[in-house]
Design a protein around this ligand. Structure first.
Ligand code: HEM
Length: 397
């Protein structure tokens, strides 16, 4: 199987694209028509690309075929400001919010987030049936990121749907109706514009105010906030549900975590490594260059597969496909990327992931999967990797 076939995804490939990635690593860097890009799959070369912004740009990478350089931004598009820009502009923009997402700052949110998570898990006991995706992994991240940004509680309900529609076309093969997507984008932009205007007029101690007070253009401020809302949403949803599935499938791991809770962060890293919510992303060659022996012409697109790097035996050894709570390099995976564009929200995603597992370990005796792991359904995208549903039976302690 090739990435080309993966592009027309059957559910088996979506569930486990890793055998395909192994073949891609054996093949080395090569051009794949389906993604209009040179595919990069080894840990060493993915790292090289991400660490070489002087050769591989983050700007102008999305679109198939690639938009010609200089194509003006479409203000209505809500396309990300950080993810798709290069330094020095990227670094200036990132510095507006970087101090709000340091591990230390995020650590100060632990208790309120723990309460949100713990109440959510406790509430499952009263449900007639539990779907981890529907009842935990979807509602939690949007609740947390809106709270972190400073969005009023009463406005949270609409955000999940907006965010899902906006990301529905990323790497996807079943596309939402473009007119629906446009309408959602317009509503979302209008809402963010109003709330930023309010925060500029009446400053508060929150991230919306930080963005409102920058000298970005108004539409750029909207895009900035939209980026944080959207980037931190479906990704964290997918991580939470994948990690719960790994826990449910591995009783020995569950017992080890119960025995020694200090292993929980290691489990979180292993779940990110083994099931990266973003499988890969793009860069653009700034000039003729060479990668793994392959000539890459200026202007071509490169698709870096974080997920393949995370399964590369050269990095992870013979047991790279298994959960190993004793790894000393466990957090060196590329699920959050590496280099200048390393995920801004990684400390927050790690916090949420850890608190979900801690709450389950504390409150629940067993998690029984009500679906065969070989038949669970995944979202139809080769970039966003995550479960569509995860029905379980929980025995509360
Ligand atoms: C498990 C959850 C998450 C995963 C797997 C994830 C993954 C990633 C990856 C791989 C990148 C780098 C893309 C590149 O190399 O170009 C990235 C960037 C980013 N992420 Fe996350 N993310 C997660 C959660 C979050 C959260 C909670 C936020 C909330 C603020 C967030 C905000 C961002 C932003 C703003 C960027 C762009 C950073 C830049 O370009 O400087 N992410 N994320």
């Amino acid at each position: 199987m090739t990435l080309d076939q993966l592009g027309y995804l059957d559910q088996d490939a979506l569930r486990s694209p890793y055998p395909v990635y192994e073949e891609l690593r054996e093949e080395g860097v090569h051009y794949e028509k389906s993604v209009n890009a040179y595919v990069v799959s080894s840990n060493a070369l993915v790292t090289e690309v991400l660490r070489s912004p002087d050769r591989f740009s983050s700007a102008n990478t999305v679109g198939n075929p690639v938009a010609p350089p200089g194509t003006p931004d479409d203000p209505a598009a809500l396309s990300p400001l950080l993810l798709l820009s290069d330094d020095p502009i990227h670094a200036q923009r990132r510095s507006v919010v970087a101090r709000s997402f340091t591990p230390r700052q995020v650590g100060s949110w632990e208790e309120p987030v723990r309460k949100l998570v713990s109440d959510r898990i406790a509430s499952l006991a009263s449900l007639p049936d539990v779907d981890i995706v529907r009842d935990v992994a979807k509602p939690l991240p949007i609740r947390v990121i809106t709270w972190v940004l400073g969005i009023p509680d009463e406005d949270v309900a609409g955000f999940r749907e907006w965010s899902e529609v906006i990301t529905s076309n990323v790497g996807a093969h079943t596309r939402d109706d473009p007119s629906v997507v446009e309408k959602v984008r317009a509503d979302f932009s209008a809402y963010l514009y109003d709330i930023l205007t309010e925060h500029a007029a009446d400053p508060k101690d929150d991230i919306l105010t930080q963005v409102a007070q920058t000298d970005l253009m108004e539409y750029q401020k909207v895009r900035f906030v939209a980026e944080m809302l959207v980037a931190g949403n479906i990704t964290t949803t997918h991580h939470i549900s994948s990690s719960v599935m790994l826990l449910a499938k591995n009783d020995d791991v569950r017992d080890a975590l119960r025995e020694d809770r200090s292993l929980i962060p290691r489990f979180v890293e292993e779940s990110l490594r083994l099931e990266p919510p973003i499988q890969g992303f793009y860069r653009l060659a700034l000039h003729d260059t060479e990668l793994g022996g392959m000539a890459i012409p200026e202007g071509s697109r490169v698709f870096v597969l974080y997920a393949s790097a995370n399964h590369d035996d050269d990095m992870w050894g013979d047991n790279g496909q298994a959960i190993d709570l004793t790894r000393t390099n466990g957090s060196a995976h590329l699920a959050f990327g590496i280099g200048a564009h390393t995920c801004l929200g990684a400390p927050l995603a790690r916090l949420e992931g850890r608190l979900v597992i801690e709450s389950l370990i504390d409150q629940v005796e067993t998690i029984e999967l009500l679906v065969d792991p070989d038949e669970v359904t995944y979202a139809p995208s080769f970039i966003n990797h995550g479960l569509a549903t995860l029905p379980v039976r929980l025995a509360f302690r």
